[in-house]
Ligand binder design. Structure first.
Ligand code: SF4
Length: 300
């Protein structure tokens, strides 16, 4: 059985830090000792506030659906997370007070899940206040703002709904880092928080403010169906066994314009991702997702 985090010796902790860095793709950048030092400091402050607006809570779910001891559970739950209304033990006034105290102290990492209603603030109210107001208040003293998932990064599915979901960057006049898959990948959020705790700065970003270390290549470029794309073998009949491994381009695959490391990193603890499960890439990491890419199962 895995040891609990609190039972770990210093040597085991440093070893664990090495494992975490490897999982989230930072092993080539930082030593285990450097990561351990940054996490020690973070544990004394618990510097992450996680807000949730218009969304399905899929990004929080992405984090908690992990194996034990998972990097996400260690970095967020044990070391850094001070407020997340979906998974924290406290509720109501106690939870709100924890958030207010953290905001008062300042110097935290603000993670935002979900979009902000553009049509009317009343589409997303929490404790009698609009999410927009809560977000603006929390953003003022944040050291860095990380958008977890498509909704907070670019609007996502709520941008096509009556509430007209907007991204954080349209509301907050500060730089943001977008981790834009739908939902956020646990390695992306864990790795990004870890990167910031170690360096106190953002990693190199693309033109959509996404870390190049996770969003530097197109899905299409690493897809194992790519050889069939090049050979012009395009799946047309889902029921034909001979076509099962063929390219999904004619079925609406957006991998040719979507940037993400899904084919290498994969999902569900590295087990699979959309295309290998037989579903076309829906381009969830892109600003055009969702309204610009629909209908999802047709070429657009
Ligand atoms: Fe590209 Fe999609 Fe075809 Fe893969 S399935 S080769 S990502 S078009």
């Amino acid at each position: 059985m895995a040891k609990s985090f609190d039972d770990l010796s210093r040597r085991d902790f440093i070893k664990l830090c090495g494992g975490i860095a490897a999982t989230v793709g930072l092993a080539d950048m930082f030593s285990s000792e450097r990561i351990a030092k940054a996490l020690d400091l973070a544990a004394r402050k618990r510097p992450v506030i996680w807000l949730a607006g218009q969304g399905c809570t899929g990004c929080t779910n992405s984090l908690i659906s992990t194996e034990n001891p998972a990097p996400a559970s260690i970095i967020l739950d044990k070391i850094s997370l001070r407020y997340n209304e979906s998974i924290m033990a406290a509720a109501g006034y106690t939870a709100e007070r924890a958030k207010e105290e953290a905001i008062e102290e300042g110097g935290y990492i603000l993670v935002v899940e979900g979009s902000i209603p553009g049509a009317d603030d009343r589409f997303c109210m929490i404790g009698g206040r609009s999410f927009k107001e809560i977000l603006m208040e929390a953003a003022r003293k944040a050291e860095i703002i990380i958008c977890a998932g498509a909704c907070s990064s670019f609007g996502g599915i709520p941008s096509g709904a009556p509430g007209r979901g907007m991204p954080v960057s349209k509301i907050i006049d500060k730089p943001v880092i977008n981790l834009s898959t739908c939902p956020v990948h646990m390695d992306h959020i864990t790795g990004m928080i870890l990167y910031y705790l170690v360096t106190r700065k953002a990693p190199p970003l693309d033109s959509n403010n996404r870390p190049l270390m996770y969003f530097g290549t197109k899905v299409h470029d690493k897809c194992r169906r790519r050889a069939n794309y090049d050979a012009e073998k395009f799946l047309e009949d889902w029921n034909d066994p001979a076509q099962q491994e063929w390219c999904l381009y004619l079925k609406g695959c957006k991998g040719t314009s979507a940037y993400s490391d899904c084919p290498i990193r994969r999902w569900n603890n590295g087990k699979n991702f959309c295309i290998d499960a037989g579903a076309p890439c829906q381009g969830c990491s892109e600003p055009d997702f969702y309204p610009g890419f629909t209908p999802l199962y047709q070429m657009t």
